[in-house]
Design a binder for this molecule. Sequence first.
Ligand SMILES: Cc1cc2nc3c(=O)[nH]c(=O)nc-3n(C[C@H](O)[C@H](O)[C@H](O)COP(=O)(O)OP(=O)(O)OC[C@H]3O[C@@H](n4cnc5c(N)ncnc54)[C@H](O)[C@@H]3O)c2cc1C
Length: 309
Amino acid sequence: MADTTRNVIIIGSGPAGYTAGLYSARALLEPLMFAGYMSGGQLMLTSDVENFPGYPQGIGGPEMMVEMREQAERFGLEVQDRNVEKVDFSSKPYGVWVEGEEYRAESIIICTGAESIWLGVEGEEAQKGRGISTCATCDGAFFREEEVIVVGGGDSAMEEATFLTRFAKKVTIVHRRDVFRASKVMYERAANHPKIEIKTFRSVKSWLSDESGLTGATLEDPRDGSTENIDCTGAFIAIGHKPITRFLEGQVETDESGYIIHKENTMTSIDGVFAAGDVVDTRYRQAITAAGMGCQAAIDAEKWLESQH
Ligand SMILES: Cc1cc2nc3c(=O)[nH]c(=O)nc-3n(C[C@H](O)[C@H](O)[C@H](O)COP(=O)(O)OP(=O)(O)OC[C@H]3O[C@@H](n4cnc5c(N)ncnc54)[C@H](O)[C@@H]3O)c2cc1C
């Protein structure tokens, strides 16, 4: 066991984690961060970020995350690039286990994000964050006057498709059934849009690309296995997100999908345990909102610690 009890341990190193780290370091709480298996978080997967204020020319996702880390470290954030395996919030100070080693802290800030669910089909890995995205708000503007497809049949797919009509010449929604989980109003808004075509009974079998990037997809009809090729230079997968909360093993209250629930400001169901960013956010899922919540969580943790002494 590490010999000192920390004021605060931050779990996760995306925009929420680094902002929480920056604020708690500047508040002289000497925070310790476990950056996790994907140091820097989801923005390590994208090339250009154009919607984070302060970068008029845009900035590469990985570059932005390196700068966030440097800024927080400058004020004393200690970062370990290791994964938290389990936690114990049943007694104070709270326990955090990393590669079998035990750490204790008075307060914890959980910033472990959410994973987009990808299709996992041939050709996807090479085009992730280039032609294939899971966030229309983030990447839609890169596809002006191009043909794009949206995969999915829920509200997110309809919303992403309708949003993309602002930029794209044509948007094709690809859905493996003819029944949609989307609400009627969202479905109809998409279905009645002149730029949107809906292809039912189609799933993506593989992505097609050349040296210029994504060029299309091979679609398969699940009823008979027949295939067709469709042209597109952009694709948006909208089949859901999974919050990364498995390692918490029921230690904090979550909703039925696993998203952590805030009880008071950014505090979870456990006193002194806070959560920020995509791990609680089923709606906005942006770097700026995650960073904003990381700031809130650090301020909440600081005030809570003060109230304990
Ligand atoms: C391809 C792509 C492009 C995007 N483009 C944009 C964009 O242009 N603009 C924008 O605003 N948003 C964009 N987003 C969304 C944005 O990346 C997220 O909203 C943001 O990163 C969420 O931040 P976060 O800090 O909550 O979590 P994340 O960035 O998801 O970070 C989670 C962190 O938790 C860590 N972690 C997980 N489990 C553990 C564990 N057990 N122990 C320790 N650490 C752990 C991971 O290593 C990671 O560091 C994009 C997302 C994707 C996937």
